[in-house]
Ligand binder design. Structure first.
Ligand SMILES: [Zn+2]
Length: 655
């Protein structure tokens, strides 16, 4: 029962990581002839030699740390860019050449001048830090994911541009790779730090602290697949996320309350002597987001609603689907409000210069999302179901030939399914899919119907030999779910995943497949969840969110028939929450203590955080000076023992 408390599942899947596996099990090996042919076909179909993106990604280069390895105070690397040094020259057979091109582009790192007055540090994290020259110092846009990378990026800028102070900070949106490093750019003196204005979109703190609270454990596990967390960095492993190299490993995440809120379009503000015209762009790439224009510099910052990839309407780690229509409208709005823009820069990737090119780029980004949205609904209205839609949908030639619209991070296939999901949900309307058997039961029956394990193995091998990897994966997945101890079946399935990974144009698809293969071969199960590194974020998380996360950990069947009431008085934040257990549901509300409760508990939010991150267990709770109980300690313990702690390493590729 020790730590069965509310391990708050926070955060930022993108933030933390367990140590990389140094000795992975037997790797995937070579590309098959079918994969070589598929990757050759990609190379022939796309103008991979086109130089414009490379020119743009290098333009304005000033300096870089070489090699670039950013370490924590204890010496552990947080950001090891040098480990991607193998990405050079032509694509190896084991990497889709279009993804390889993107990985090479994301390999252009350092300090760059965008235009006089705007600099960017790129490649010091998965995201960009932008520095806008104000009257008294730099306005920092998006201080990266962790303090260590943010501090290194700012140090690079200071070394080459002069020792300017930070005069303001802008968080473009509520994803951690755009605010988590804030402490790394604020002055050490707290009084000086307090004086620095922080601009963020309405809803920023709520979204930043709560987005992953309820579902974070499962998201963290799925994110390890999406980012290929346990994979080595080499031509048969992780090469790129499509958006950037990957999330930093470990490092300290922090957050600051904004002091200036952007909540409308247009919203004009002068920040450190620079004129800004903000657009409020919520429910697009992030639930709380903004973009802005700098009229004097004719520069538009597209935050993350534009980038050099088709972005995710749905992210494979799992999240609520995003609104394609609003997303497209915000980009359209920028082209109409700021038709004189001369440069577009963003929170990931490199800028686009020149009025005509910038506007064309934006219109193509806009239409990529809009096309997927509109055509998915056209096909749905003709009766096609998600997999049928995804199979036939591709961008029109005018969009798909532009590299910035290609699916390096999001893909047309999974985004089409996201649009379907947004309108229709999980059910495709076919009665056979209303209540099918769960995977293990179905697998056993499929294997039996196909003539037994040996026959399925034979057919699986035949599909592998034919290069029919999607079908091989389906067949062999049934076999593995029917016979999880069948080592040969697992190796065959891993081989199918290897080749699917080698062919994938999207970084996350490659990582998902290769991580699946890695685990089938006995690799340790990874998760990208480590709340200890996000303690600062937890301190900004409302008590009610912690209680919500407790409610989703309540073991319903064990709680059946129990009725309890508690007053939780949080002495450090001066809040009282009444907790009631009834019908196997935990309710909570901020209210005056109710008489007749089973117990009244005085505790601190800090203690709750410690419990949440596993720094304290139930014993500590009972013994702690930070906790006093009036009433029945036994009932309290009995209640707390109903709150489970998922271990976050559940199986995915096996039952
Ligand atoms: Zn981002």
């Amino acid at each position: 029962m020790q730590s069965r408390l509310l391990l708050l599942s926070v955060v930022l899947v993108s933030v933390t990581a367990c140590s990389r596996q140094e000795a992975p099990p037997a790797a995937g090996g070579a590309a098959s002839p079918a994969t070589l042919a598929a990757n050759r076909a990609v190379a022939e179909a796309l103008p991979l030699a086109e130089a414009q993106d490379f020119e743009d990604a290098r333009r304005g280069f000033i300096a870089k740390d070489d090699p670039l390895v950013i370490r924590r105070a204890d010496g552990v690397p947080v950001w090891d860019f040098a480990s991607f040094g193998f990405i050079d020259g032509d694509a190896p057979g084991t990497v889709n050449p279009s993804l390889w091109r993107q990985a090479r582009l994301n390999g252009q790192y350092g300090l760059f001048e965008v235009v006089p007055g705007i600099h960017q540090v790129r490649g010091y994290d998965i995201s960009n830090m932008t520095l806008i020259e104000g009257k008294s110092g730099w306005i920092v846009v998006d201080p990266l994911t962790v303090e260590e990378t943010a501090a290194a990026a700012l140090a690079l800028a200071r070394k080459h541009l002069g020792d300017r102070p930070v005069s303001a900070i802008i968080f473009t949106h509520s994803h951690a790779d755009h605010f988590g490093g804030v402490e790394g750019v604020l002055p050490a003196d707290p009084a000086a730090a307090e004086r620095i204005p922080i601009v963020a979109p309405l809803g920023f703190i709520e979204e930043a602290t709560s987005e992953n609270v309820l579902a974070g454990v499962a998201m963290g596990r799925r994110a390890a697949f999406m980012y290929g967390q346990p994979l080595p960095r080499n031509p048969t492993g992780h090469v790129d996320t499509g958006l950037g190299k990957g999330p930093p490993s470990g490092g300290k995440v922090s957050i600051r309350e904004p002091t200036v809120i952007v909540d409308r379009t247009p919203q004009e503000l002068e920040i450190d002597g620079v004129r800004f015209v903000f657009q409020y762009t919520p429910e697009s790439e992030a639930p709380a987001e903004l973009a802005f224009y700098l009229p004097e510099l004719k520069a538009w910052c597209g935050a993350e609603i534009v980038s050099h990839t088709m972005h995710n309407l749905y992210t494979l780690r799992g999240a609520k689907v995003r609104n394609a229509v609003k997303w497209a409208r915000y980009i359209d709005d920028a082209t109409r409000r700021f038709p004189d823009m001369e440069v577009v820069f963003a929170s990931h990737h490199w800028p686009v210069w020149g009025n005509a090119r910038a506007l064309e780029y934006l219109r193509a980004q806009r239409d990529a999302y809009r096309y997927v949205h509109d055509q998915t609904l056209r096909l749905a209205n003709e009766g096609y179901t998600p997999r049928e839609i995804a199979e036939q949908l591709d961008l029109p030639s005018t969009l798909r030939t532009r590299f910035a619209n290609r699916g390096y991070y999001g893909t047309v296939r999974h985004n089409a399914k996201a649009v379907y999901q947004a309108y229709f949900g999980w059910y495709d309307g076919n009665p056979a899919n209303l209540d099918p058997l769960p995977p293990e039961d179905a697998a056993k029956k499929y294997v039996e119907a196909l003539g037994g394990a040996a026959e399925v193995r034979r057919r699986g091998k035949a599909a592998l030999d034919a290069g029919d990897y999607r079908w091989a994966a389906t067949l062999l997945n049934h076999l593995v779910f029917a016979e999880p101890s069948d080592a040969e079946a697992k190796e065959l399935l891993a081989k199918a995943y290897d080749q699917l990974g080698y062919q994938a144009e999207a970084g996350p698809w490659r990582d998902v497949y290769l991580t699946g293969a890695y685990e089938l071969r006995g690799g340790e199960r990874a998760t990208l969840l480590d709340p200890k590194r996000a303690i600062d974020l937890l301190r900004h998380t409302p008590v009610a969110s912690f209680l919500d996360s407790m409610a989703v950990r309540l073991n319903g069947p064990d709680a059946d028939g129990k009725r309890m009431t508690f007053n939780f008085i949080f002495t450090d934040v001066g809040e009282t929450h009444v907790i009631e257990l009834e019908n196997a549901v935990m309710h909570h509300r901020m209210a005056e203590p109710v008489p007749g409760a089973d117990a009244t508990v005085r505790l601190t939010r800090e203690l709750l955080i410690k419990l949440g991150i596993g720094d304290a267990g139930l014993r500590d709770l009972v013994m702690s000076d930070d906790l006093q109980v009036e009433g029945s300690r036994l009932e309290l313990l009995s209640f707390l023992s109903l709150i489970g702690k998922p271990d976050g390493r559940f199986p995915i590729v096996t039952p």
